[in-house]
Design a protein around this ligand. Structure first.
Ligand code: ATP
Ligand code: MG
Length: 484
C-alpha cells in the first residue's frame, strides 16, 4: 500500500481522484511542516488521535499553507462524534442544532471541530429548487471530502505524519491555480447556491482561476441565491467585504451577474451612481487596512456603504423645508430602519454608524470653541477618516478636509489663528447621536439586542469594533449553515 502511494506521488502522474483512494502527499513533497500550524490545532488533533480517532486540519488552512498564505484559522475534521469531541476537551461546547460542531478553546484560540459529513441521498431534505435544508448525517473520511465545495478545499493535513491527504486532486489544481468544483457544478450550486459567491470570493482572494466548467453555469443560476436565507448571504457578504480583496470581489461579482437584485447590501453598494466612487474608495481603504493587519470597524464600513442613501434622503427632506440637522437625523433613522433589519445590524453597530454620520455637519463649524470640542469627541478619529473619504470621492471640498488635517497637527496660537470668524446665526453644535435625547437614540430601529450579528467566526476575526476593541468573534455567532 505504502509503496503504491509513494510511487504514485513520485511518479509525477496525476493521482487518481477516487473517493476511496486518496493521494497521500508526504512532507518531502509539499514542504509544510507541523510547526506551521497553530499550537491549538496541533493539540486538538494530537488529543483526538490519542483517543484513537482520526483528526486532521482541513479546508482553507491547508489550502492557504500550500499557496504560501497565512491561514485565517484552523478547522479540524474528525471521525469522533460531537459528543466524543466534547468529552475529550474540558473547555469545549457543542454548537449548532441541525449539524452540530464543537468549539474547543485552547488558550486564545477557538478551534472549530466538525465530524465527517455523510453523502447526501434521496432522503436528504431539499427545497423546491434543490437547496439542501437538513444535513445532519455523519459519514466516512471519503464522504466528507466529497461533500466539500472545491478540490482545493478538500485537503486534510495530518500533524502526526505531516502528510496531506488529497481525495480530489486539490494539490494539482492549486499548482495550476485553478478553483475546481468537486462533482458536477450545476448540481453543487443547486444544493447550495452560496457556493457561487464562494467561488468568486476565493478566486479573487487566492488569485485562482475558476475552472470554466464551474464558471459557466453561474450567470444562469444566479437567481437561485434569492432562496438563500438573508443571514447566510450576509455572512458571506461580510467575509467578502473583509477578505482584503473586496474591490476585486465586488467587480467580479458584477461581471458574473451575481449582484443585481440578489443581495440587498450589494444593491446598496452598486446601485447608487453618485455613491459608487465613495464606496469603492472605502472598500479600497478597508482592503488596505486588512492587508496591513489593522482592525476594521464594522460601524465605519457600514457607515460608508450606506452614506449615500442617507445623503439622498437628507436632500429630499431639506427640499421639503425640514431644517438641516433634524433632517439629517430623520434620514439616518430611515436608512437604518430599512437596512438595519435586512443587514441584521446590531444595536451597538447602529450606534457607531450614527455617531460617525452625526459628526459630519460638525466638521463644517470652524469658528469659536466648536472645533476644539469636536477634537475631544471619542469618535473624532472615525468621523475625520470618514470626512477624508468624502473629500477624496469629490462629495465635499478637499479644502475642508485639509483644514482639519492641519488643525490637528498644529497647536496653541497657530491653531487659534486657523479659526474662522463667527458668523451671525451660528448655533450650538448638535449633540452626537448617543448623547442626544433625539429620536436617533430613543428609536434604534435595528435588530433587537438579542439578534445575533450574523457573522462567521472566520470573517469576524478580521473585524474589530473600535469602540470596545473586543473582536466581534466574542459576540454571538450566527447559526452555522446547514449545507456546509
Ligand atoms: P476562508 O479562507 O475564507 O476561511 P474557507 O474555505 O476556509 O475560506 P470556510 O467558510 O472557513 O471557508 O469553510 C471551511 C471549509 O468548509 C472549506 O474549506 C470547505 O472545505 C468547507 N465549506 C465551507 N462552505 C462550504 C459550502 N458551502 N459547501 C461545501 N463545503 C464548504
Ligand atoms: Mg476558513
Amino acid at each position: 500500500m505504502i509503496r503504491k502511494l509513494i510511487s504514485r506521488v513520485f511518479s509525477g502522474k496525476k493521482p487518481k481522484a477516487s473517493r476511496h483512494e486518496p493521494a497521500v502527499i508526504p512532507v518531502s513533497s509539499h514542504g509544510i511542516t507541523r510547526d506551521r500550524l497553530s499550537s491549538g490545532s496541533r493539540r486538538v488533533c494530537e488529543t483526538l488521535q490519542g483517543h484513537g480517532f482520526k483528526a486532521y486540519v482541513v479546508g482553507g488552512a491547508v489550502r492557504d499553507l500550500l499557496i504560501g498564505a497565512d491561514p485565517k484559522d484552523f478547522d479540524i475534521a474528525t471521525d469522533a462524534t460531537p459528543e466524543e469531541v466534547r468529552r475529550a476537551f474540558r473547555r469545549s461546547r457543542i454548537i449548532g442544532r441541525r449539524f452540530q460542531i464543537v468549539h474547543v478553546m485552547m488558550g486564545q484560540e477557538t478551534l472549530e471541530v466538525t465530524t465527517f459529513r455523510g453523502m447526501l441521498d434521496e432522503k436528504t431534505k431539499t427545497d423546491e429548487h434543490g437547496r439542501v435544508l437538513h444535513d445532519n448525517v455523519f459519514g466516512s473520511h471519503a464522504d466528507d471530502a466529497a461533500r466539500r465545495d472545491f478540490t482545493a478545499n478538500a485537503l486534510y493535513y495530518d500533524p502526526a505524519t505531516e502528510a496531506v491527504i488529497d481525495y480530489h486532486h486539490g494539490v494539482g489544481d492549486l499548482k495550476q491555480k485553478t478553483l475546481r468544483m468537486i462533482g458536477e457544478p450545476r448540481a453543487r450550486y443547486r444544493e447550495d447556491p452560496v457556493r457561487m459567491l464562494r467561488a468568486v470570493r476565493l478566486a479573487a482572494k487566492l488569485g485562482l482561476m475558476i475552472d470554466p466548467e464551474a464558471k459557466k453555469p453561474i450567470r444562469e443560476m444566479a437567481s437561485l441565491l434569492e432562496n438563500v436565507p438573508a443571514a447566510r448571504l450576509f455572512d458571506e457578504m461580510l467575509k467578502l467585504l473583509t477578505s482584503g480583496h473586496s474591490v476585486k470581489c465586488i467587480t467580479q461579482l458584477r461581471n458574473e451577474g451575481l449582484h443585481h437584485g440578489l443581495l440587498p447590501l450589494l444593491d446598496v453598494i452598486l446601485e447608487q451612481p453618485m455613491g459608487e466612487k465613495f464606496v469603492m474608495l472605502s472598500l479600497k481603504n478597508t482592503d488596505d487596512r486588512i492587508r496591513q493587519e489593522k482592525g476594521v470597524s464594522p460601524g465605519f464600513l457600514f457607515a460608508t456603504l450606506l452614506w449615500h442613501e442617507v445623503l439622498a434622503h437628507w436632500e429630499k427632506l431639506k427640499a421639503k423645508g425640514e431644517s438641516k440637522i433634524p433632517a439629517l437625523y430623520q434620514a439616518m433613522d430611515t436608512v437604518i430602519d430599512v437596512q438595519g433589519e435586512k443587514l441584521a445590524i446590531t444595536r451597538r453597530i447602529a450606534g457607531d454608524i450614527k455617531d460617525i454620520w452625526a459628526l459630519q455637519p460638525r466638521f463644517e463649524a470652524r469658528a469659536g470653541k466648536r472645533p476644539y470640542a469636536l477634537l475631544e469627541q471619542p469618535r473624532f478619529r472615525a468621523g475625520y477618516d470618514f470626512l477624508l473619504l468624502r473629500a477624496e470621492s469629490g462629495e465635499i471640498d478637499m479644502e475642508l478636509a485639509d483644514w482639519w488635517t492641519r488643525f490637528q497637527k498644529v497647536e496653541g496660537e497657530e491653531r487659534a489663528e486657523m479659526l474662522q470668524p463667527e458668523q451671525a446665526g451660528d448655533k450650538k453644535p448638535p449633540p452626537t447621536s448617543r448623547s442626544a435625547p433625539i429620536s436617533a437614540t430613543r428609536r434604534l430601529p435595528c435588530a433587537p439586542p438579542s439578534a445575533p450579528w450574523p457573522i462567521c467566526r472566520k470573517a469576524a476575526s478580521a473585524v474589530v469594533p473600535r469602540s470596545t476593541g473586543r473582536p466581534l468573534s466574542a459576540l454571538p455567532t450566527s447559526p452555522i449553515s446547514s449545507t456546509r
